[in-house]
Ligand binder design. Structure first.
Ligand SMILES: CC(C)(COP(=O)(O)OP(=O)(O)OC[C@H]1O[C@@H](n2cnc3c(N)ncnc32)[C@H](O)[C@@H]1OP(=O)(O)O)[C@@H](O)C(=O)NCCC(=O)NCCS
Length: 187
């Protein structure tokens, strides 16, 4: 069945996503370079395409090995968002193997229309059984990100002063965590 135009489809990561998700990531650098507030922790310079292929291969490999859970948002056949939760420890049996670290990025033209919420609902459900705790860090000024994380039950557990330095200015970050050992709201 074909999706209606503009409808959001959420699905697992696929090998073909490399180029579109890499392009979404490069757009974040362009936002930053234009002086727009992209409240995501970025490298000093834009990663090269080979760097992104290395990053994507590592992510895909982690998914296949059961060390990462990902969900992709697709609109009109294009990958417009990615949420990933990576195992913090080296494997499931490591003493920190039950903890996942979450990251999310949505294409700028698709933010603020519920895609982050749709991705969160799907990825957190998929994390049950793989991770017991999911944590993340977020710029303190990222009101939309913090609203999203709170909505899904993340609670603050720390504050990082001057976590990021961008164009000579310092930005604080909040640490947030979700305990998946609590029963699912769905029961
Ligand atoms: C942060 C991000 C992932 C959120 O995804 P999104 O699809 O834009 O978010 P949603 O549309 O699902 O909105 C999430 C919540 O934030 C709220 N929100 C939206 N804009 C807001 C704003 N400017 N201030 C406060 N809350 C806001 C929404 O009302 C919504 O809550 P509700 O459903 O209860 O109304 C996305 O905007 C993004 O990729 N931003 C750039 C990268 C980034 O910041 N990544 C996170 C790094 S930790």
């Amino acid at each position: 069945m074909t999706e209606p135009a503009g409808a959001v489809k959420v699905r697992p990561l696929e090998w073909r996503d490399c180029s579109e998700l890499g392009e979404n990531y490069r757009l974040a650098y362009r936002e930053r370079d234009r002086g727009e507030p992209i409240w995501l922790h970025l490298l000093g310079t834009v990663p090269s395409v080979p760097d992104e292929v290395t990053w994507f291969s590592g992510l895909y490999r982690a998914v296949l090995a059961g060390n990462a859970v990902c969900r992709v948002a697709e609109v009109d056949g294009r990958a417009v968002g990615l949420v990933s939760v990576h195992r913090v420890g080296p494997d499931r049996d490591a003493e920190n193997g039950h903890v996942g670290e979450l990251g999310i990025l949505i294409h700028p033209e698709h933010r603020g229309r519920g895609i982050g919420s749709t991705l969160f609902a799907s990825v957190l459900e998929a994390c049950r059984g793989t991770f017991e705790l999911v944590r993340l860090s977020v710029f303190s000024e990222n009101a939309r990100g913090i609203a999203l994380y709170r909505k899904f039950g993340f609670v603050p557990y720390g504050h990082l002063p001057a976590h990021a330095r961008r164009a000579g200015k310092y930005y604080d970050a909040e640490l947030m965590i979700l305990d998946l050992r609590a029963p699912s709201p769905k029961g």
